[in-house]
Design a protein around this ligand. Structure first.
Ligand SMILES: Cc1cc2nc3c(=O)[nH]c(=O)nc-3n(C[C@H](O)[C@H](O)[C@H](O)COP(=O)(O)OP(=O)(O)OC[C@H]3O[C@@H](n4cnc5c(N)ncnc54)[C@H](O)[C@@H]3O)c2cc1C
Length: 408
């Protein structure tokens, strides 16, 4: 089976559609919602309705559209031997284009939250039907549990036909605007990671109390909410997956959904990196500096040499991201590649955005252009869904054959 690096023919219309959205909806509203932090980007409502229609036929989708289904024994479904460009590749390519437009607006797209990805991955048919058309955020992080998500302290106690949740959740993307929040909680903290389960909680549940919405460095169009769960009663049928504590399965399954979502965050970084490079190339040209690929590097201005070095990093990040998505679509274990892609793309995006600001000088630093905004937006892509250091840790564990207890 070989990987083909051309954009698959059947996905070209999708990439073109996503580019149109990025150019005609996201870019014109980019600065507006960077300034109007916490204001809902109402332009997205019409877009979301159109996308709902398109999604039925595999159209443009946001961060949380794709899920990963596993067979009952916990392994990925049987490989039928054919090469596929499935939903992971389609979502990655679509996200790259949309984030060329605006990362904050991509994250704000209704009904495309990370919680939707979790639901698409593990909900039963009955649950999937019940949550259909809803916007779901994902709440894992707590004040004492960030990188180490197994350390969460939120508890879920069974009481008749309900679970009662207590704890605190912070930094929930789309937490204020979503209809549902997928909350990670432990059935029994003494039993460690196997006891962690996810619960679908309605935003209107009186036990789910919004504490505040964060002010942020970048992606200011996207709302980031903090919650307290105070005797939050959730019907038992809103637990996702197996309600039993299974020391062998549970948590590993939850962690595996990251193998699908990390390439998507890498794709966001790739899209933003390309935006920075294209804008810088335009500004260099305006200043009379042309990037000429035909001429030897030694004969070209220093700015061109720097530009080409950044472009090489961009290509490496893009290829790693496509590889990780392709492997997910082809049912190949991709934890290593997903973390490599996320680490490389996250770091490249932050690095390139700042170097582009420097190359463009004052024009890059001021609000005349979007470069200064992109330099602020970039940083989160190297933090959420696992920081740079955590991705490197995962890569090291995989390459050295160490467990998380042996290397941390
Ligand atoms: C804008 C925004 C949106 C977010 N959205 C969501 C969301 O929707 N849902 C959600 O659940 N969470 C969300 N998060 C939380 C995010 O996933 C966490 O911030 C991230 O996992 C890091 O956790 P932390 O902030 O607690 O940092 P910590 O885990 O405390 O880490 C602090 C620093 O130490 C480093 N570090 C930690 N452990 C190690 C180690 N073993 N070795 C080396 N270095 C290490 C980290 O890389 C980091 O640099 C969001 C965060 C932000 C800022």
């Amino acid at each position: 089976m070989a990987i083909n690096l051309e954009t698959p023919k059947k996905l070209k219309p999708l990439v073109e559609q996503a580019h149109q959205v990025a150019e005609n909806v996201f870019r014109p509203n980019s600065r507006k919602y960077d300034r109007a932090e916490h204001e809902y980007p109402k332009e997205l409502d019409m877009l979301a309705a159109a996308i709902d229609g398109m999604s039925e036929g595999g159209g443009v989708s946001g961060a949380g559209a794709a899920g990963v289904r596993r067979s009952d024994n916990g392994s990925k479904a049987e490989d039928d031997g054919s090469t596929r460009n499935g939903s992971n590749m389609a979502t990655c390519l679509s996200i790259m284009e949309l984030c060329w437009g605006d990362v904050g607006l991509l994250l704000s797209m209704p009904r495309q939250g990370l919680g939707n990805s979790a639901i698409a991955s593990v909900a039963s048919e009955e649950q999937a039907e019940r949550y259909k058309g809803k916007w779901a955020a994902m709440a894992i992080t707590e004040p004492e549990a960030g990188s180490d998500s197994a350390a969460i302290r939120t508890t879920a106690k069974k009481d008749g036909d309900e679970y009662v949740l207590n704890g605190e959740k912070i930094y929930v993307t789309s937490g204020e605007r979503a209809d549902l929040v997928v909350v990670w909680a432990s059935l029994d903290p003494s039993q460690g990671r196997a006891a962690i389960k996810s619960f679908v909680v309605g935003r209107d549940n009186p036990g789910l109390k919004l504490l505040r919405v964060e002010h942020k460095l970048g992606i200011r169009a996207s709302d980031t909410a903090n919650f307290a769960l105070e005797d939050c009663r959730v019907p038992a049928e809103d637990l996702l997956g197996d309600p039993e504590i299974n020391p062998k399965g549970g948590f590993a399954g939850a962690m595996q959904t990251f193998d699908n979502t990390r390439p998507l965050v890498a794709a966001m970084a790739v899209g933003l990196t390309r935006a920075c490079l294209e804008e810088t190339r335009r500004l260099l040209l305006e200043a009379g500096v042309d990037v000429d690929l035909e001429q030897p590097l030694a004969t070209q201005p220093a700015a061109v040499s720097e530009y080409l070095a950044m472009e090489a990093d961009y290509e490496a990040a893009r290829l790693l991201t496509l590889e990780a998505a392709w492997m997910a679509d082809n049912r190949k274990p991709n934890s290593l590649q997903a973390s490599m892609a996320k680490a490389k793309a996250g770091r490249t995006c932050v690095d390139v955005a700042l170097r582009c600001v420097r190359l463009a000088g004052a024009v890059g630093y001021t609000e005349h252009e979007l470069l200064e905004k992109w330099a602020r937006d970039a940083k989160i892509l190297d933090i959420f869904e696992g920081t740079q250091q955590i991705q490197q840790l995962i890569v090291a564990r995989q390459l050295l054959g160490k467990t998380s207890a042996e290397l941390r």
